[in-house]
Ligand binder design. Structure first.
Ligand SMILES: [Zn+2]
Length: 299
């Protein structure tokens, strides 16, 4: 009985091995290229990479050594390349979807640490922002956000967008929007849709909201701003906020509608000051200089 079963199994394996070798022969015929050959050890070798396409199996299962098909080196490498390409395509698709869901303005797509124009005023912030992005998993663990404050045009939004793009490229769900957009959005019209909207925002690992303080100052708008920040805080998910307000203004604010918002922010957001002449002003001054030189014929 046992012997019969053993014979059957061995016959089955032999059959399987023979089929594998036959398939291999057909495939290599179809592929063309330099023909395979039998090596000194009696095994089939790949004509292209000169590594074996067969191996001998021995052991308890095999009453006699069994020749089976195996993958040669060039074929293995081709398979690995195909898998890597497939993975890269899947990654690209995922990043594309994340970008669509990021709500990010088209104009910030190209804001990256590589295109960050470094000046003596922003060198430190550039370093800090890069460090923040690189250490993001740790920042999530610590529920650590950033508060980027400073005058208009000092590059806060650009810096925040650099972090967003860095993370999106690494498949970290990130949303970047502004307080004005949020408060004006139809999603916030009533409490129910507002709650759904906020939980959607909280699916992002990082939420970046631009321009705190620029939103309408109605009670309703401020309630929603508080809800968004508070729910983020409770979910222990980091946020980056930008504002033209000074830390002093925020600290000394006596209006409870605002101060409870600011208190939450200071608890979880590290304040980072952006200084220097407005980039827009600097750009205007440069254009003025260029034009002056041009008109005077010195350019
Ligand atoms: Zn090969």
């Amino acid at each position: 009985m046992m012997e019969e079963a053993g014979l059957n199994l061995s016959g089955f394996l032999k059959n399987l091995a023979a089929r594998g070798i036959e398939n291999q022969r057909k495939e290599s015929e179809e592929a063309g290229g330099p023909p395979d050959y039998i090596g000194e050890d009696g095994l089939l070798y790949c004509g292209k990479c000169h590594t074996p396409k067969q191996t001998i199996l021995t052991g308890e299962l095999f009453p006699e050594p069994l020749k089976v098909a195996t993958t040669c080196k060039c074929r293995q490498e081709a398979e690995e390349r195909r898998k890597a390409e497939e993975q890269a395509r899947a990654d690209m698709e995922q990043i594309k979807r994340l970008r669509i869901n990021s709500l990010m303005d088209e104009k910030f797509r190209e804001s990256t640490f590589d295109t960050f124009r470094q000046t003596k005023n922003n060198a430190r912030n550039l370093r800090l922002c890069r460090r923040y992005a690189e250490a993001f998993p740790e920042m999530v663990k610590k529920n650590q956000g950033l508060l980027m404050y400073g005058n208009v045009g000092t590059g806060k939004t650009f810096a925040a967008a650099c972090i967003a793009n860095y993370l999106l490229d690494r498949k970290v769900p990130t949303v970047m929007t502004s307080f004005v957009k949020i408060v004006d959005s139809a999603d916030l019209k009533n409490r129910e849709t507002a709650n759904a909207f906020i939980s959607r925002l909280n699916r992002a690992r990082l939420l970046i909201i631009d321009d705190l303080g620029a939103e309408r100052g109605t009670d309703y708008a401020l309630e929603r701003v508080y809800d968004i920040i508070d729910s983020r805080y409770r979910a222990r998910l980091p946020m980056i906020l930008t504002t033209n307000l000074t830390v002093d203004e925020m600290m000394k604010c006596s209006d409870i509608r605002y101060s409870r918002i600011y208190d939450r922010i200071f608890e979880v957001c590290y304040p980072m000051e952006f200084k220097g002449t407005s980039w827009r002003k600097a750009e205007a001054a440069r254009r003025f200089d260029d034009m002056e030189k041009f008109l005077e014929g010195t350019l």
